[in-house]
Design a protein around this ligand. Structure first.
Ligand code: URA
Ligand code: CA
Length: 434
């Protein structure tokens, strides 16, 4: 087989076989096929697209390019949740203990945050003592015992995707639906879950800005998952504004605790119940989505979800007394309000810029090696559609420095107030199961 012939075949719009796709991915991973040929290939895919079969084959070739996590020693149906990335997205912190309380095994491999999006591990590390450096055996034992554990990213998962994503980034071929979908799905499949529940974000703060784009991506990923034998579904949810009120590590842990107590923000609670009921149903812990939702509401009301969170923290070295005394979480030195300059209705809270403002405060990493400050961040006092008086606080700023002019300016520039009534955005746009 010669790479040049395969590039030509894709360029001319013909379908590649499984062997041909494996040849490309294996050759790229081991270095025998050079960057320039693979970049010509990804550009051909960008223009010609891929068939359903090609997409599934590409995904599995990337999965098989590295380690695949074996979760078979975990009892029950493992359901993984994946979000395509957002700002102040506290769902994983809530969903893990929530579905675990119903016996759904949550074996989560998580990463750290980069740029304006936060990482689940960073957030959890604001609980004193909490660690994710488990070996695989401990990890599996914990999931079997408590139904939930989180481990840091380890091993050599999908090396082909790492190389390919970096190459696409500098050759203008990131934005190809089959390439994005196979990239995300290969990582999820290598992480070992039986079922995959996707939260595809849409709107200003999301990777996909339009509903059409988000739907296309969601459908592509659901097709891939189901074609390779993992039950997969997707929820398309709003990310035109940050989710919930809190953006920042310790602040989001507090928000997750509130939500598990039944006192969380409405949007975060609704998204967790929507995703959670799909997960519980996929894990066969309920006969229907409706029954799953009722059960989730029960474990919030009777305190079992909160107990599950405490047990999870305690089992990984964390001080679980923060659940009853959230003041024990890291606190910032300074707290400022951002008063509205005019009265009206909040029309826009551009999620990615708000995330960047939190990052400037120190809540996120500007580069891979930046240190983060767990105590700092933002609490939104208003969301899109809310009425606001002049001088009323729009945002509370938690900072460890008095120099917050840049942050304030950024917030003012990206929170727009309209004289006219504004509708709150729809939270759940679509649920895709086929
Ligand atoms: N996120 C990924 O992991 N891969 C892509 O290709 C795009 C976004
Ligand atoms: Ca939040």
């Amino acid at each position: 087989m010669r790479m040049v012939d395969l590039i030509a075949k894709k360029r001319d719009g013909l379908e590649l076989t499984e062997e041909e796709i494996s040849f490309i991915i294996n050759g790229y991973t081991d270095g025998s096929i050079p960057d320039y040929q693979v970049s010509a290939f990804t550009m051909a895919v960008f223009f010609q697209g891929m068939t359903e079969k090609e997409c599934a084959d590409l995904t599995m070739a990337m999965v098989n390019s590295g380690d695949v996590i074996d979760l078979s020693e975990i009892e029950g149906i493992k359901v993984d949740k994946h979000s395509t990335g957002g700002v102040g997205d506290t769902t994983t912190l809530v969903l893990g203990p929530l579905v675990a309380a119903l016996g759904v095994p949550v074996a989560k491999m998580s990463g750290r945050g980069l740029g304006h999006t936060g990482g689940t591990i960073d957030k959890l590390e604001s609980v004193k003592g909490f660690y994710v450096e488990l070996d695989n055996k401990e990890f599996i034992q914990l999931v079997n015992k408590n139904k939930i554990a989180v481990i840091g990213q380890s091993g050599n998962l999908t090396p082909a995707d790492k190389k390919l994503y970096a190459l696409r980034d500098v050759t203008a071929s990131v934005n190809s639906m089959p390439l994005i979908a196979s990239s995300i799905m290969s990582k999820k499949i290598a992480a070992g879950a039986d079922c995959i529940c996707l939260d595809v974000k849409t709107g200003a703060g999301a990777f996909m800005k339009t509903l059409e784009g988000s739907r296309e991506l969601a459908e592509e990923m659901v097709r891939i998952g189901n074609n390779v034998g993992r039950k997969t579904m997707a929820v398309i949810s709003d990310m035109s504004q940050p989710l919930g009120f809190a953006i920042g590590n310790a602040l989001e842990v507090k928000e997750a605790i509130d939500t598990l107590k039944g006192n969380g923000p409405k949007d975060l609670t609704e998204l967790c119940l929507t995703l959670g009921s799909q997960m519980v149903f996929l894990a066969e812990k309920a006969e229907s989505i409706e029954e799953a939702r009722t059960k989730l509401e029960e474990v919030i009301a009777n305190g079992k979800a909160l107990e599950s969170f405490k047990l999870f923290l305690r089992s990984q070295g964390g001080d679980d007394s923060v659940v009853d005394q959230p003041d024990k979480l890291p606190q910032s030195k300074f707290v400022y309000e951002l008063p509205a300059k005019e009265a009206g209705f909040v029309a826009e809270i551009t999620a990615d810029s708000i995330g960047t403002a939190a990052m400037i405060l120190g809540a996120g990493r500007a580069t891979k090696d930046s240190e983060i400050d767990l105590a700092v961040g933002l609490i939104l006092r208003k969301k899109i559609g809310d009425q606001v008086e002049k001088g009323e606080s729009l945002v509370t700023i938690y900072s460890n420095t008095e120099k917050i002019e840049e942050v304030k300016e950024m917030l003012y520039n990206h929170i727009n107030i309209s004289k006219n009534h504004v509708e709150a955005p729809v939270l759940i746009h679509e649920i895709i199961t086929k």
